[in-house]
Ligand binder design. Structure first.
Ligand SMILES: Cc1cc2nc3c(=O)[nH]c(=O)nc-3n(C[C@H](O)[C@H](O)[C@H](O)COP(=O)(O)OP(=O)(O)OC[C@H]3O[C@@H](n4cnc5c(N)ncnc54)[C@H](O)[C@@H]3O)c2cc1C
Length: 399
């Protein structure tokens, strides 16, 4: 029989994140969101819970949890607020797990260990002002000069751009291949905020995930030591896609948490609010929305757990992770919209949390592969236009 029960360790993690969230986050999240304020004080608390190094092995400073635990944490964090799950998505999913698989021992000791311990915060810079889905359209370049690369370019829509210390960055290191749009000309680098020529800023006009930091960074002839090249020269595109397999997993589990948050808030409200002399929950059309939320929650959870189980045994899961991310994020948009609907005019105000859920859910339908990109991907697998070939480095199975 397939065992879908959480292990004791996973249940303990779920419980600890819930208790911490109820105490340290829930009473303040409305105000943080309204003030567009990223609360740095939450980072050491998340580190204490092991969340910033959740499934990084203990020998690299992490908590040594399995990959399903990363999903459990992501679901609980986004139940509280999307901004918290985003921290884990970029810091652990996109950055640290990539260093675990692709980094040298020297890079692991200089970057992965302090990141897993939560002493340094990390993010991932692929998107640029003129290129998102079309990652080969990036314009950043890395010119080799002696034992360094000189990086010039601009990254846009970067989570934690104004918070992170370390950045996993992608740039063209082969200008001939850039002209031909051959992805084998892209390389991956680790950049530190302290490197000369690096600057960053926060996007002020964002209308969702307001308690999170999203911004841009510029590289003005930033000199990066050769030792900070991740993988081999020309492997950057593969590394960027590898990272997305882990980031998307946390987004899938997070969106599942958002659906649960919508469901719980809606059930509460449906039992309180009366219309036509009865609780609105007794009206069939309200029931329909609640039932849809429950089926979306359960299906989304099964999909991310399947992807996490494959990660645990070291099996390639690009297709399964993509499906989980696509399904859960689209379902979370439906759940958030219906949650506002069930709350009527009250849902249209920030007095209730569902308006924040509605603003927050949309980002995930866009980042880490838009809804359309994921649709195309799933169809391409079916049609045989796409298959996953093994890469030089894969995610290590959970030992
Ligand atoms: C809150 C937030 C946080 C983010 N954080 C990060 C981060 O930390 N790091 C990072 O690198 N990026 C980040 N991003 C950027 C994100 O990954 C991109 O926005 C995303 O990849 C989409 O790119 P785009 O915005 O340029 O849209 P575009 O690629 O311009 O797409 C516009 C529209 O065209 C559609 N489209 C494009 N190509 C196709 C196609 N082939 N077939 C069908 N439809 C297509 C898209 O689906 C979309 O609807 C973040 C974005 C947001 C909103």
């Amino acid at each position: 029989m397939v065992n879908l029960d959480l292990t004791e360790e996973q249940q303990l993690l779920e419980q600890s994140v819930r208790e911490w969230g109820a105490r340290a986050v829930a009473p303040r999240i409305h105000d943080l969101d309204r003030a567009h304020q990223f609360d740095r004080a939450l980072l050491p608390q998340m580190a204490d819970l092991g969340l910033l190094g959740s499934c990084i092995p203990q020998k690299y400073g992490g908590a040594g949890m399995d990959y399903v635990s990363l999903g459990v944490a992501s679901e609980e964090l986004e139940y509280l607020d999307t901004s918290l799950r985003v921290i884990v998505s970029v810091h652990v999913g996109l950055n640290s797990l990539t260093l675990l698989s692709w980094g040298t021992e020297d890079q692991k000791s200089r970057y992965l260990i302090p990141q897993a311990q939560g002493k340094k915060i990390a993010t991932y810079g692929l998107t640029e002002p003129s290129a998102g889905s079309d990652a080969r359209g990036i314009q950043s370049v890395a010119i080799k000069k002696g034992d360094r690369y000189v990086l010039t370019g601009e990254k846009m829509w970067i989570s934690l751009a104004d918070v992170a210390d370390n950045f996993l960055v992608f740039a063209w290191s082969d200008l001939e291949k850039k002209k031909q749009r051959d992805p084998n000309g892209i390389s991956a680098f680790i950049i530190e905020r302290a490197f000369k020529g690096f600057s960053s800023g926060t996007l002020k006009e964002k209308w969702g995930i307001l308690a999170g930091n999203t911004g841009f960074f510029k590289m003005d002839e930033v000199e990066v030591p050769q030792d900070n090249l991740v993988g081999r020269e020309g492997e950057g595109f593969k590394i960027a896609m590898f990272a997305l397999d882990q980031g998307r997993y946390t987004v899938a589990a997070g969106a599942t948490g958002l659906i649960r948050a919508c469901r719980d808030a809606s059930v509460r409200y449906a039992k309180q609010r009366k219309a036509f002399g009865v609780e609105i929950g007794s009206h069939q059309l309200v029931k329909e929305m609640l039932a849809q939320m429950e089926s979306d929650y359960q299906a989304s959870r099964l999909l991310w757990m399947r992807a996490g189980s494959l990660k645990n045994v070291g099996r390639r899961n690009t297709k399964e992770t993509g499906l989980a991310k696509w399904f859960a994020t689209v379902a979370s948009e439906r759940a958030a919209s219906d949650a506002v609907q069930i709350h009527g005019a009250n849902g249209y105000s920030d007095e209730y949390p569902v308006g924040r859920f509605y603003r927050n859910c949309k980002g995930a339908v866009i980042y880490e592969g838009t809804r359309e990109i994921h649709k195309v991907m799933q169809a391409d697998y079916l049609l045989g236009y796409r298959t996953d070939r093994p890469t030089r480095c894969e995610l290590p199975p959970y030992a």
